[in-house]
Design a protein around this ligand. Structure first.
Ligand SMILES: NC(=O)c1ccc[n+]([C@@H]2O[C@H](COP(=O)([O-])OP(=O)(O)OC[C@H]3O[C@@H](n4cnc5c(N)ncnc54)[C@H](OP(=O)(O)O)[C@@H]3O)[C@@H](O)[C@H]2O)c1
Length: 274
């Protein structure tokens, strides 16, 4: 029988995970969602045939995995009433909340819980997510496999060895979609300045970044080698890349990601101290 997965909070991220699990063949009767928004629960029950329950503590009582998918600022308030039920049967707890540390979750849930911290990203909403996962020592191999099964339903999964690395994941894939959008914005605007209609600029810029990402994913050569392979000496690409290099593009990206990583740490500390 399929393992029972319970979602606490049925907003955007939970909805995409539920859709992904169903599309991957996970049985709808083994999925429960719990959310104060009744309409959202009805929509999910209608669309996917999953169970919905009004009471969070009742919802988690039979789960093999509990996915905490509420906003970080209400996480403590949501967790504390679940502690008694979760202490009884100890499912794996998977938190997708940005900037909430495992230690804080464990304290709010009464201690000694098997906790997985998952940092997903927004393209998960389209099945193209990239998630970094960290497991505390209490998580068993089968609970780790169940966590992979859930996160992989909306994209790719990479496990990291320390919780501090989740801040680096946040700086890379968590915030990364915005870096892609920034480059897209800049390329589109420059193309319009060069004389292309806006829609043409948008279509070509988007497909170009998508194509580059697919090549980088599917070709075994690294990104630097791929870049060199499409850059002929004295050609147009070389002319553009010289301008990027003059502005020390690598250092700029490194500074930006360091800022994101530092901010992730500050936010997690603030959530734990609140
Ligand atoms: N969306 C993303 O791309 C993304 C990416 C990375 C990480 N995350 C993380 O995923 C988590 C959820 O984000 P989201 O975008 O899915 O947010 P969301 O759409 O606002 O979903 C959160 C849901 O939790 C519900 N909720 C509020 N109080 C609750 C309670 N006491 N018990 C159960 N459910 C409750 C909310 O209902 P109401 O609306 O009625 O309050 C809402 O439906 C966040 O912690 C976020 O950091 C999201």
């Amino acid at each position: 029988m399929a393992q029972h997965i319970c979602f606490i909070g049925a907003g955007n991220m939970a909805t995409s995970l539920i859709g992904g699990l169903i599309a991957n063949g996970h049985s709808a009767s083994s999925i429960t969602a719990c959310d104060p928004n009744e309409q959202q629960c009805l929509t999910l029950a209608d669309k996917y045939g999953i169970n919905t329950v009004a009471d969070n503590a009742e919802a988690v009582s039979t789960a093999d995995a509990v996915v905490l998918a509420v906003k970080p600022q209400i996480m403590q308030m949501v967790c504390e009433p679940l502690a008694a039920s979760l202490q009884e049967h100890k499912p794996v707890i998977i938190s997708v909340a940005a900037g909430v540390r495992c230690d804080d979750l464990d304290t709010w849930l009464g201690g000694s819980q098997a906790i997985v911290r998952c940092m997903p990203n927004t393209p998960a909403l389209y099945g193209f997510g990239a998630a970094g996962l960290f497991a505390t020592r209490s998580v068993s191999p089968s609970q780790q496999a169940l966590s992979t099964h859930i996160a992989e339903s909306v994209g790719i999964v990479e496990w990291v060895q320390s919780e501090a690395q989740i801040d680096a994941v946040t700086a890379l894939s968590g915030s990364g979609p915005a870096y892609g959008f920034l480059l897209l914005e800049a390329m589109q605007a420059a193309a319009v300045t060069l004389g292309l209609p806006e829609q043409t600029a948008r279509t070509l810029a988007t497909q170009t970044l998508l194509g580059a990402a697919v090549m980088a994913r599917d070709d075994p050569r690294d990104a630097g080698t791929l870049r060199q392979a499409v850059t002929s000496k004295g050609g147009t690409t070389a002319a553009a890349l010289t301008v990027f290099e003059r502005a020390d593009f690598h250092a700029l990206v490194a500074d930006a990601m360091q800022a994101a990583c530092t901010r992730a740490d500050e936010l997690a500390k603030a959530t734990g101290d609140a």
